[in-house]
Design a protein around this ligand. Sequence first.
Ligand code: NAP
Length: 317
Amino acid sequence: MTDMQTPITLGLVGLGTIARNQHLPALAATPGLHLVAVASRNARHESLPNFHDIDALLAGAPDVAAITLCTPPQGRFVQAAAAIRAGKHVMLEKPPGASVSEVEALIRLAEAAGVTLYASWHSRAAAAVEEARGFLATTKIRRVEITWKEDVCKWHPGQEWIWQPGGLGVFDPGINALSILTQILPEGVYPTAAVLNYPANKAAPIAAEVTMESASAYPVQAVFDWRQTGPQTWDIRAETDAGELLMQDGGARLSIGGEARIVAQDQEYERLYAQFEQLIRTGQSDVDLAPLKLVADAFLLGERREVEPFFDRSIAP
Ligand code: NAP
C-alpha cells in the first residue's frame, strides 16, 4: 500500500508507437502517477532522463516505484522480472507475454516480491464493454461472431517483431477482441478448431479463423484478417433472445436491437492508468490470462495454411 496523496513515480520502457500515441498522453492526464524516466534503445524522450534499457533505468533512477512496459511481448518477461526483483510495481502492455507459462511465472515472482503486477487489456477499457456485459448477463445468448479486419501496413508499419515467433501475427489485434469476449460473456469459451493463414515468407499468421464453443454450447466464431484495406472492421455481434447486440469500433460503439446505446471517444488508456494506480495503492494485482490462453489454444489446434508472401507497403522497396 502507498500513501494516497503522493504521486507514484513511474518509468516507461519501450518508447514506440503505443507509448507515444497513448501512454504518454494518458500518463499526463493521471495526476496520481508521475512519469520520471524512460528507457528505449533508440528513441529518446524530449524532456525526461533517458536510459538505454530497463537495467540502466533501474540502476540510474532507483527511486522509481513502478514500471510500465510498452515493448514487444518477446523479451517482456526478462524486463518484467528485473523490475519485480528490484521491488517495482509493473504494468504490462497486451499481450502480457510471449507465452502463458512465462506470465504465470511473473505472477509468482510478483507475489513473492509483494508488488503489483497488472496485465492491461486496453480493449476491455473501451466505453461499451461494461454495458455489453450487463446486457448479456440478463438474456440467453444464441451465437457470437467476431469480425476483426484491419490493414497491417497502416497499424504496424515496419514492425518486424509482430511477424516473429511470440509476436502473435494477426492475433496481436485479434487478442483485443478476445479480451472483450472473455470480459462480456457470462461463461467461459474454448476453441474447437482454427485455421491459420501464414504468408509464405513469414513466421506468424496474417489471417485466422477460430471456432469456439461456450460452456453452454452456443457457437462463437472469430475471423481475424490483416489484409483489409479501406474501411476497418472491429465488430462483435451476439444474437440473443432479447435482440442483437452489436459492438463496433473495438468497443467504442454499442447498439442493441438496432438502437444506439453508446457512442464514445477513446479513453481506454486513461482508464488503464487509473486502474494501475488503484491496484498499487490497494496492494493488489490483476492478471487475467484468459485471452492469451485462447490464442495459445488456437495455435495448438490450428491447421496451418500457406498463403501468398507478405510485403509491407509502408516500407519503400
Ligand atoms: P513498436 O512501435 O515496435 O514499439 C515498441 C518499442 O519497444 C520499440 O520502438 C523499441 O524501442 C522497443 N523495443 C525493445 N525491445 C525491442 C525489440 N526486441 N524489438 C522491437 N522493439 C523493441 O510497438 P508498439 O506498436 O508500440 O507495440 C508495443 C506493445 O504494445 C505490443 O505488445 C503491442 O501489442 C501493444 N499495443 C500496440 C498498439 C498499437 O496500435 N501499435 C495498441 C495497443 C497495444 P527502442 O528500439 O528505442 O528500444
